[in-house]
Design a binder for this molecule. Structure first.
Ligand SMILES: Cc1cc2nc3c(=O)[nH]c(=O)nc-3n(C[C@H](O)[C@H](O)[C@H](O)COP(=O)(O)OP(=O)(O)OC[C@H]3O[C@@H](n4cnc5c(N)ncnc54)[C@H](O)[C@@H]3O)c2cc1C
Length: 414
């Protein structure tokens, strides 16, 4: 049997960053996963480190858009009809949280954490020898519809208030940054302070390798074996039982499987998403991620090729993939960028772990001494992994956290 100060369950970008921050503080730490480090949701994302996030993704306010989604004509969202009754309470809460006043409140609440996103990655990347994955080239959002570009005014106002630089560009300005883009849009916004990575899996693996050099142990095991053992937490691993005084749950979209066993309920849902890689035609290329905002997908240069990631799909986490949404995205993506052949045989599917108020839970689990939660990072888990790791490690070590943890408390749902 192994004994450590802390164990972290789940080795995605969030759990790995938490484990690394704890190890950097001199604690003995074990990181437990049933799969390989970083191979699940944290593998397949669009690679954007979006510290500029102002408003989180919102329920559409325009009835035309809702109707197009309902009729399955929109590329931005898909759903499984049979799943709608189960997800309806969450969707209603999401719609309520998407009202303009609530979005403005969220924007203020999340700013301190997001503002550290890029800097916290840079600290870990420098130590982990992973700087070659980082691109500090910003990201570009292109708008095909004048109306949606005009609707950005509140976001621009808050960006000015928060001191976040942006450049509103016309077609020529956007093509000066990304010459391969076709002229299917008239307006664009360049956010220069966003960053991105060329290989999200490589980043998580590099953080795990650094964790190991600091004495961290990586074990294979099923987190659902977690139980209280005296005043410690115990999990069964392939190498035997592991006991730790403190335990952090960072199981991403699989978190509810363990919470249920522990008798904890939190309203975590998933927004599924797909990706596929393509070659560019000829010498077409990209220097940064590009969001086709009105269509609702992202196109990112990755080591494997040009990665297209879809918007959201409301379906049971474990339901079979239904990549029809991808079929709606592809003709629109080919309008924007000269895509060549697909380089991978099948479409990747992942699940963003989401709370309806678009804030993760980072902090102690209610009523469970020594148990901590780092879950629900939704669209921005790559972005927030290292900042989350630092914040929770500071709380666990009894240090003052670098930003106010109260917006992230689990108790907000009770
Ligand atoms: C299409 C798409 C695009 C995205 N784009 C971006 C982006 O550009 N930027 C961004 O910041 N975020 C993005 N995201 C979101 C981001 O990928 C997630 O928020 C993030 O990966 C969540 O990380 P995690 O560590 O919480 O979960 P995960 O990476 O899923 O890690 C959870 C881990 O828990 C393990 N696990 C589960 N159950 C058990 C068990 N019973 N026992 C042991 N281990 C278990 C899993 O094997 C896994 O390794 C995107 C997501 C998707 C789907």
């Amino acid at each position: 049997m192994a004994r450590t100060d802390a164990m972290v369950l789940g080795a995605g970008i969030v759990g790995t960053s938490v484990a690394l921050h704890l190890a950097r503080r001199g604690l003995s730490v074990a990181l437990v996963d049933r799969a390989g480090v970083g191979e699940q949701t944290s593998y397949g994302n669009a690679g954007v480190i979006e510290g500029n996030t102002i408003f989180p993704p919102a329920f559409p306010s325009d009835t035309g858009r809702v109707l197009r989604i309902a009729l399955k004509r929109a590329a931005e969202a898909n759903y499984h009809l049979a799943f709608l009754p189960r997800i309806m309470p969450w969707l209603l809460a999401f719609r309520a949280a998407s009202q303009p006043d609530r979005l403005a409140e969220t924007a203020h609440l999340i700013r301190p954490l997001f503002s550290r996103a890029v800097a916290e990655h840079e600290v870990l990347m420098a130590e982990a020898g992973a700087m070659h994955y980082l691109r500090k080239t910003g990201w570009l959002k292109v708008y095909r519809d004048k109306k949606s570009f005009s609707a950005l005014r509140p976001e621009f106002d808050l960006a000015a208030k928060f001191g976040l630089p942006l450049q509103a560009l016309d077609l020529a300005g956007a093509q000066a940054l990304e010459p391969s883009l076709h002229p299917v849009f008239a307006d664009a916004v360049f956010w220069p302070q966003a960053a991105s990575v060329s290989n999200p899996l490589g980043v998580t693996r590099a953080y795990a390798a650094l964790f190991a050099t600091l004495g961290g142990i990586i074990l294979s095991g099923d987190a659902r074996s977690l139980h209280r053992n005296g005043n410690r937490w115990r999990v069964e691993t392939n190498e035997g039982a592991l006991d730790a005084a403190q335990c952090v749950i960072a199981l991403g979209p699989w978190t509810p499987d363990l919470l249920k066993i522990l008798g904890l309920t939190l309203p975590l849902a998933v927004k599924r998403g797909y990706h596929r890689h393509f070659l560019g035609q000829g010498n077409a290329g990209l220097s940064r991620p590009v969001l086709d905002a009105d269509v609702g997908y992202l196109i990112t240069p990755m080591e494997q090729g040009i990665r297209i990631t879809t918007g959201v799909e409301f379906a049971a986490r474990d339901a079979a993939p239904s990549p029809e949404q991808f079929d709606r995205v592809m003709p629109r993506a080919r309008e924007l960028f000269p895509l060549g052949e697909s380089v991978d045989g099948k479409t990747w599917l992942g699940s963003r772990p989401c709370f309806a108020d678009s804030r993760p839970v980072i902090g102690p689990a209610p009523g469970r001494p020594g148990l901590w939660l780092a879950i629900g990072h939704a669209h921005w888990g790559l972005t927030l992994g290292p900042a989350t790791g630092r914040m929770i490690a500071e709380m666990m070590a009894g240090e003052p956290p670098f930003c106010d943890p109260s917006p992230y408390r689990a108790e907000r749902f009770s």
